[in-house]
Each structure stands twice: as C-alpha cells, then as structure tokens.
Design a protein around this ligand. Structure first.
Ligand SMILES: [Zn+2]
Length: 310
C-alpha cells in the first residue's frame, strides 16, 4: 500500500495570486523567469516594460500524479493583470509636446533635419522620452519636419535665449549608447543624495547586459532622494530592472531618472521643486544593495552624470 502512495502522489507547486489559487507548476524557477522577462520587456511594439502589481506566491504540495501543471495558463492569468508601459518620444517646442515619434533615432533625425534646414525654431525644439500606458499617434520624421519647419527670415538672430539643447552635443547616440558629450543643460543640478560612488557611467559588469547608463551612489536603505532640479514627474512606478523609479522632466529635453528606490513619494503629473524629497533609497529591481541609480538624459540620450555632479 505504501508503495502506491509515492507512485500516486508527486511534489508540485500550487501557485496563488492575491491569495487565490490560479494553477499548478512543476517548474517554479522557469515560470518565474518567464514572468520576470515579460515584465522587463513585454511582448509588443513599443512596449518597454509591464507593471505587475502582485507577483505570484508558490507553495510546495503533494498532488495526485495525474494532476497537470498548467504553466501557460498561469502565465496568461498574470499577463492579463499586467499594465503595459509604452515608450516613445515627444518632440517638444517651447515646452509644448507637438507630436510623437515611435523611436529615438527618428526623433533625433527630426532635430538634425531642422538644424540642417536652419529652421527658425531649431533651438527651441527638444526630445523627451515618454512612458505611457497608452500608445499615441506617431508620425514619421519627414512628416514631423514638414509640420515643424519654420523658414528663418532673420539672417542672424541675437535672441536665442533658450538654446540649450544643441550646444556641444554634436554626437548623436541612442539611449543605450554611452556618450562623451556634456551638453549645456541650461539648469544647475544638485546632488540628489550623498554616498559612495559604486559604479560609474559607462562601466560594464556581470549583472548588466550593456554598459552602465547612469551613476550608482550607495547609502543606507531609506535615505531620502532629492530632486536634482525642479520639474514635472513624468513617471513614478515599477520599471523592470530599474525597480521602483521616478523620472522628472526639467524642460529643454532634460530628464533625470532615479532607480532602485524603496518607496516613491511623488506621483505622475506632480510639480516638484529642487531639493524636494521624491523617493527613498532602496534595492528594488536589478540591484545587489541599497543605492541610487541616477541617470541624466538629454533629448533621449543618456549623458555622464559626473560631468555635472559628484
Ligand atoms: Zn546603476
């Protein structure tokens, strides 16, 4: 009789979501890996990551041998609860979002073409990366140039007060590339936290698939993180490997990213002043200890924070 028990029963994981049983899995680590990968990149056009509020819980149990694992169904149940975050780029003129482009290369192409054509507004146009739960209508770079181009009637204008975007940033790179450029931001930044610099911009390491796009500053969990400059919160939530993150737009195509936070103190659309506490330091996402991942993006491309701070 005892022999029959072990042939009738098998160890298997019961999987719960919000306390509710959603299925059985024999491969806990494989299933969780699949969920993590999905959260990191989604599975559709322009999807940057997927926010899943509740992660499943696993309990090891014994079930009859004929009980079936249903990893696919579990995955689909979790997928349905996820919120897709799309990324794309806004072309901004004098602080106003004019139109939207699907990828950074095309957006940068618009800026370059307007400069080449010496469009009258070329110095007041910038790019901002958007993280939204809805897709927008996109235009091609040619359509964007046609709609934004303004003939430059004045030969040499002396009044280009807000021309901060172009100066010194001749080099064009995509968001994942590392650049040496240090364009004039047009604003002064303050250090969001003090601490030990544990990884510099451009560094490579085993826990990252590509070069480091920010600067890591370590301090204890819960250390208040201050806004480097005044601006508007454009993202406050969980973003895959960044963990809990805040993104602030400062105008003129300048954005700052604060990753791996333990808690978020601001919400999307909120105006923040320089030095205001926006989050607390932590180790969420792809992180091995409490630190702030600080990123500065100018027209969608990351720049070296140490050219401005620390
Ligand atoms: Zn980092």
């Amino acid at each position: 009789m005892l022999g029959i028990l072990s042939t009738v029963y098998q160890p298997i994981y019961s999987v719960y979501l919000n306390g509710e049983l959603i299925g059985y899995s024999k491969n806990k680590s494989g299933l969780q890996k699949r969920i993590n990968e999905y959260m990191d990149s989604g599975d559709g056009e322009n999807i940057e990551f997927v926010d899943i509020e509740q992660l499943p819980q696993y309990k090891l149990c014994l079930l009859k041998r004929d009980a079936k694992a249903n990893d696919d169904e579990i995955f689909n149940t979790i997928k349905e609860k996820g919120i897709n975050y799309y990324t794309y780029y806004a072309i901004v003129e004098n602080g106003e979002e004019k139109l939207y482009i699907a990828n950074l290369e095309d957006a940068q192409n618009v800026l370059n073409q307007l400069k080449e054509k010496n469009s009258q507004n070329k110095d007041n146009i910038s790019i901002e990366q958007k993280y939204e739960t809805k897709l927008n209508n996109f235009v091609t770079s040619d359509e964007a140039v046609a709609s934004l181009y303004k003939e430059n009637k004045v030969k040499k204008s002396t009044k280009v007060a807000s021309s901060v975007t172009a100066r010194g940033s001749e080099k064009i790179s995509t968001s994942t590339k590392i650049s040496d450029a240090a364009p004039n931001l047009g604003i002064s930044l303050i250090q969001p936290v003090s601490g030990k610099l544990t990884s510099r911009y451009g560094e490579r390491s085993s826990i990252r698939s590509s070069a480091h796009t920010g600067l890591d500053i370590a301090n204890s969990k819960g250390t208040p993180i201050k806004a480097a400059a005044s601006g508007t919160v454009v993202f406050s939530g969980t973003k895959g490997s960044y963990g809990k993150m805040v993104i602030i737009s400062h105008g003129n195509g300048v954005q700052t990213y604060y990753g791996h936070c333990s808690s978020l103190e601001v919400s999307v659309g909120q105006t923040v002043s320089q030095g205001q506490v926006i989050a607390k330091m932590g180790s969420t996402g792809n992180s091995t200890g409490s630190h702030l991942h600080l990123e500065i993006r100018v027209n969608g491309s990351s720049v070296n924070p140490q050219k401005y701070l620390y």
